[in-house]
Design a protein around this ligand. Structure first.
Ligand code: HEM
Ligand SMILES: [Cu+2]
Length: 483
């Protein structure tokens, strides 16, 4: 298959980093649960590397999903794809050194002026290593998404046509709508180029401020740019990952997943909403213009819903009476749709102002995004790994993989739900130390996390077996012949 080796490298690196970052998640929960003593600085170093590493690695692996399927429709630059991976690894190494050797611990949101003003918790070098590492990773991704944008424009004429606006406007027949992989990639290109430029800008300003603290800038602007970056980039992971849902279900059911007008409108709506709603991160900043806060509030309800609804509905329709044969890849695909749907519910609850007054900055928030990431976005990546191993490598799964599948569901759900329970108990998020009343759920989550790691290890082992496989017996799902 096309450039498979590169795709494999992306997934091995992405998957392994996700697995390793789980270790820090477990250690944090065990510390909050009162059974492990971590110094406060160490806790925040772990929190920083966990948040940065998880979002970075999931973003990297998801971009490989997108690249793999998009490259079957348009001509992408292999050089840029390689460059992004190399820059990612360089940036990651700098970040790891900054966090572990130079005590950097601002959380992955590096909110200005925290990188510089740490009350001596860390020094200039730690901050610079972290920020420069982030900048390098960001540059890699900007190049990647500029390239996907270029390729889509070349094939479709424009990004608007990549989203199928000519079809929505009735200038083109529905049957000629772009493939779902192109539509999703166009959306991701638009939101991520915007997000990454905002991110690179604020990171550079932070770097200058760290080198020369007399250079200052508006903290409110910095916060806006930071979340325009962080919120959108983290969000984009699921929109890249979801491409595997479209492609895999179409292949497995032998039915095409065709975009119709409703599907196109949903993707356009989510494109716009995703860009608008980072403002829910500044709801507490009373100096923000009111209209922006109202937008953040209202559209946070609606953000992912259009795409989620058309995808979930489409997935049910395409599978209905199709005689689909369930395997690990299709099982994980379905789980990811389920996890995404369920994970959105706590977010909608939290977006309600009266609830937000109580839940804001409690562990309810990590509860929502661990569910949506851990049972949704990351599962799409694992689904893709099993898909490749089967379609490209003809690798059979064992009973262990299925045991891992069910363990993953139970344990990832446990980790997510313990956060939600903590949130309902008003446990604040990002607190290294918990009072005894808050410890129970954290301890439970830490233990579940250990089993979650074992399940995830089994997923990765299966993929590594595929990568190391010598004489590949192709099970040609790719050609005419289906299951
Ligand atoms: C074994 C699985 C996992 C465990 C045990 C775990 C645990 C934790 C803990 C304890 C926190 C800090 C909560 C607090 O605010 O007090 C956290 C934060 C976070 N986790 Fe996880 N996590 C896991 C998996 C994941 C996954 C799969 C992702 C995303 C792909 C993820 C992304 C994040 C992010 C972005 C934060 C926010 C960090 C911050 O507040 O700056 N985690 N996690
Ligand atoms: Cu957000």
């Amino acid at each position: 298959m096309v450039h498979n080796r590169l795709i494999k490298n992306y997934l091995i690196i992405g998957g392994t980093v996700i697995l390793l970052m789980m270790v820090f998640g477990i250690l944090m929960l065990l510390a909050q649960g009162g059974v492990l003593s971590l110094s406060t600085p160490t806790f925040y170093q772990f929190m920083t590397i966990h948040g940065t590493g998880m979002i970075g690695a999931a973003g990297l692996a998801a971009s490989a999903v997108m690249w793999y399927f998009l490259s079957q429709h348009v001509t992408l630059s292999k050089k840029i794809f390689v460059t992004n991976l190399v820059l990612f690894v360089i940036g990651l190494v700098l970040i790891i050194i900054g966090v572990f050797s130079f005590d950097y611990a601002s959380a992955w949101t590096f909110l200005y002026p925290l990188p510089t003003l740490s009350a001596k918790a860390w020094g200039t070098i730690g901050a610079l290593l972290y920020l420069i590492g982030m900048l390098i990773i960001g540059i890699g991704f900007i190049l990647l998404f500029i390239d996907t944008g270029r390729a889509i424009m070349k094939k479709q004429g424009s990004l608007a046509k990549g989203l199928g606006w000519d079809v929505i406007a009735g200038k083109k027949a529905e049957k000629d709508a772009p493939a779902p992989a192109i539509i999703a990639s166009t959306m991701v290109t638009i939101v991520n180029v915007t997000a990454l430029i905002a991110g690179a800008t604020v990171i550079m300003m932070n770097i200058i401020h760290t080198i020369n603290p007399s250079f200052t800038f508006d903290p409110l602007l910095a916060k806006n740019l930071t979340f325009a970056f962080g919120h959108v980039f983290a969000n984009s992971i699921i929109y890249m990952g979801v491409i595997v849902v479209y492609e895999l279900l179409a292949k497995y059911t032998n039915r095409p997943w065709k975009a119709n007008k409703v599907f196109l409108i949903a993707w356009s709506m989510s494109t716009v909403f995703t860009l608008m709603i980072y403002t829910h991160h500044v709801l507490m900043d009373s100096v923000m213009p009111k209209w922006m806060l109202i937008i953040g509030q209202v559209f946070s309800y609606a953000n992912g819903l259009p795409v989620l609804i058309v995808t979930a509905y489409g997935a049910l329709m395409i599978v209905y009476k199709s005689g689909i044969k369930w395997d690990m890849a299709s099982g994980l695909t379905f789980l990811s749709m389920f996890g995404w749907t369920v994970g959105v519910v706590p977010a909608i609850i939290d977006a309600t102002i009266v609830v937000n007054h109580v839940m804001h900055n409690t562990k309810w928030v990590p509860g929502h995004f661990h569910m949506y990431m851990g049972l949704g976005a990351v599962v799409m990546i694992f689904a893709f790994m099993y898909y490749l191993a089967k379609v490209d490598g003809g690798l059979k799964v064992t009973k262990l993989d299925w045991i891992a599948f069910f363990s993953y569901i139970i344990t990832m759900a446990s980790v997510s739900v313990q956060f939600l329970v903590s949130g309902a108990l008003s446990t604040p998020r990002r607190w290294a130390t918990h009072i005894p009343e808050w410890m129970g759920p954290a301890l439970f989550g830490g233990i579940a996390g250990v089993f979650l790691m074992i399940a995830t290890t089994l997923f990765i082992v299966h993929f590594v077996r595929y990568v190391l496989q010598q004489n590949v017996k192709r099970n040609d799902l790719y050609g005419e012949k289906m299951l």
